[in-house]
Design a protein around this ligand. Structure first.
Ligand SMILES: Cc1cc2nc3c(=O)[nH]c(=O)nc-3n(C[C@H](O)[C@H](O)[C@H](O)COP(=O)(O)O)c2cc1C
Length: 197
């Protein structure tokens, strides 16, 4: 890959994502999100990238889940995208904050009825006695709300503001091409440096 020394990583990321959208069988926006507890223990899971707002990577989740507890403890995270069809990887490290309730409301309203009910029914990351209990919760909330389902206060978005990016592309003989990008004082302009694979 040819990369200029000064790069806008968001533009490059969007280009790679749009190429992945044409090739990946499903969920090109799936990303592995790592968080860390106050004791320094990391945990990782897949979530979906739903938006990029002012260069911040936005995903939605239950605010009482394990990831959310860890985010409230340390406000730090890392993200990794791997697109098998392109053999490309993008890594990000950054600080995480909740998005505004307006942004969460707007996204919540765009979700299907089933997903909106699901957000109410799932006490994400808590122990669940049986699948039946979950389905009963779903029925309960379906009966409670018709089409006008408010967003639960315990459900919404987070935004990771990157402090570092890495773009990685497969090369022959495992001699992959890696660039690490760090911000400059100029908005949207990051310095890219090639690293050993
Ligand atoms: C493809 C895929 C997409 C997912 N997207 C989300 C998501 O956007 N938000 C979410 O809360 N969980 C999502 N999940 C479920 C999470 O991986 C995880 O099981 C859940 O959020 C609980 O994680 P936690 O207990 O570490 O908080 C997704 C799982 C997969 C496999």
């Amino acid at each position: 890959m040819e990369l200029k020394k000064i790069v806008d990583p968001i533009q490059l990321f969007k280009k790679w994502l749009s190429e992945a959208e044409k090739k990946e069988i499903r969920d090109p926006n799936a990303m592995q999100l790592a968080t860390v507890s106050k004791n320094g223990m990391p945990s990782v899971r897949t979530v979906l990238l739903k938006d990029i707002i002012n260069g911040n990577f936005v995903f939605y989740t239950n605010y009482e889940s394990r990831k959310s507890e860890e985010i409230s403890e340390t406000a730090k995270g890392a993200i990794c995208f791997y697109w098998k069809s392109l053999n490309r990887q993008v890594r990000l490290v950054g600080n995480i904050q909740k998005v505004s309730s307006e942004i969460s409301d707007k996204y919540y309203k765009s979700r299907s009825k089933g997903s909106r009910i699901g957000a109410w029914a799932s006490k994400q990351s808590k122990e669940l006695e049986s699948r039946k209990v979950l389905m009963e919760e779903v029925k309960l909330f379906e009966a409670k709300y018709n089409d006008d389902i408010p967003r639960p206060s315990f459900w919404g978005g987070f935004a990771l503001k990157p402090v570092e990016f890495e773009f990685w592309e497969d090369g022959d003989f495992r001699l992959h091409d890696r660039f690490i990008l760090r911000p400059t004082k100029i908005k949207n302009k990051w310095i890219a440096k090639r690293h050993y694979p």
